[in-house]
Design a protein around this ligand. Sequence first.
Ligand SMILES: [Zn+2]
Length: 200
Amino acid sequence: MKLIALNCNNCGAKLKVGESAKFVTCKHCETQLAIHHEEGSAFTELVEATKRVEERTEELAGQVEELAGQNERLLLQNELEDLDREWERERAKLMTRGSDGHLSVPTQRQALFLGFFSATLVVLMLFAAFNGTKLHDLFWLGAVAMLAIGLFRAHQVNERALVYRRALAAHEAARNSLIDELSALRERLQPKRKKKKVTT
Ligand SMILES: [Zn+2]
């Protein structure tokens, strides 16, 4: 085996080691040394120092990863807040303003109520017609107008309720996917030692 000459990095003593050796213990000071081979030359380094550098590098890499994760989490949280604000604006537009100025969520129940009101009107009109009740033409005109308005409003409220429901579902889907992303990120940012125990 070819030998190469080295100096101990701790006490400076001359050492001879096999050319492929990776570690040596100095005969003078008994320090454990790591041998670094670099294009034709080689030098020694204290094993402890090598370990420290490796540990520090790993620690720094961990910190960088954590910072990147925190940054990503902040971005996602901002996105979530934007999404909620946007929904509040959209929601205000989709709500129905009552005669008292109060905003309410349009529901199909309201549409049903209007439809029921119109149906009652039709029943009353048919009842009057079959009984041959003498009623003023203006009454008929009024009843038909109310019926038309009732049906139109029922249709309108129903449409608004559908639009509202669809918008709400879309908002919730977008919100849930952001929350999923956030919790996946949180899991990834957990300390690494927690990952080890999940080996089945
Ligand atoms: Zn030495």
